[in-house]
Design a protein around this ligand. Structure first.
Ligand code: ADP
Length: 225
């Protein structure tokens, strides 16, 4: 039985005096590196900055997510999406919104956009290559979990190829996580590239293959304030 279900998504704009900045991209793209540089830069300019990261590490949900992606707990992938959504809701209400209300700048390593890119990967692994209609359907189903969320004032998508990301990750002294394979990174990147085209007013693309300093300069240059 085939049904047509359609709806528009209207993002909630940040109603507070603080500024909400998010960094997005595949693992190894340089998000944490750039988040720290940006936070230091803004602090030096006298701003009150809160640096934060999703998924959180906090129990009961954030730590469970980390245990799943590190392969310590085995749960169906669809349930992982619900956990991400719950963790992001907790993070928004307990960290992001309070800081924005106080007029601070939030720099978040990932936000709800990650869920769409990773949801696209999960769907690709189940169904193979996706056409535009599939992509819209996946993004609608995931974004509907986040429609009450505040959209960041600016989201930087740090774009790198999966080959560069995997090379950088392999040099790091840490255990490989579930999503950190060339094939998965390639599909997540395809999800981010699609998102950046579809939501071009929300997502600012930065070339992450340049040097750390050049990427940092590009981010500062593109800041709207
Ligand atoms: P992410 O948070 O997106 O997973 P990281 O900031 O942890 O990425 O960076 C992954 C690795 O790549 C780190 O070892 C970091 O030092 C290195 N790295 C980050 N940005 C660059 C860059 N522009 N050029 C070269 N190496 C980089």
């Amino acid at each position: 039985m085939k049904y047509h279900v359609g709806f528009d998504i209207e993002f909630r704009k940040n109603p507070y005096k603080g500024i909400y900045i998010a960094l997005e991209g595949i693992d190894g793209s340089g998000k944490s590196t750039q988040a720290k540089i940006l936070a230091d830069y803004l602090k030096k300019n006298g701003k009150k900055v809160v640096f934060t990261k999703e998924p959180t590490q906090k129990p009961p949900v954030g730590d469970l997510i980390h245990n799943i992606i590190q392969g310590k707990v085995n749960l169906p992938l669809v349930s992982l999406q619900y956990l991400f959504s719950a963790d992001r809701e907790i993070h928004l209400k307990t960290v992001v919104e309070p800081a924005l209300k106080e007029g601070k700048i939030i720099i978040s390593d990932r936000c709800f956009w990650s869920s769409v890119a990773y949801g696209i990967l999960d769907k690709m692994e189940n169904s193979g290559k996706l056409n535009n209609e599939d992509l819209i359907l996946v993004s609608q189903s995931i974004l509907s979990m986040y429609h009450q969320f505040i959209v960041p004032d600016i989201t930087f998508y740090i774009k790198v190829s999966e080959e560069i990301a995997i090379k950088r990750l392999s040099k790091m002294n840490k255990k490989k996580e579930y999503y950190e394979t060339l094939e998965k990174l390639k599909n997540i990147k395809a999800g981010y590239d699609w998102l950046a085209r579809k939501f071009s007013k929300e997502i600012t693309v930065v070339d992450g293959e340049k040097s750390v300093e050049e990427v940092a300069q590009e981010i500062v240059r593109q800041m709207p304030f």
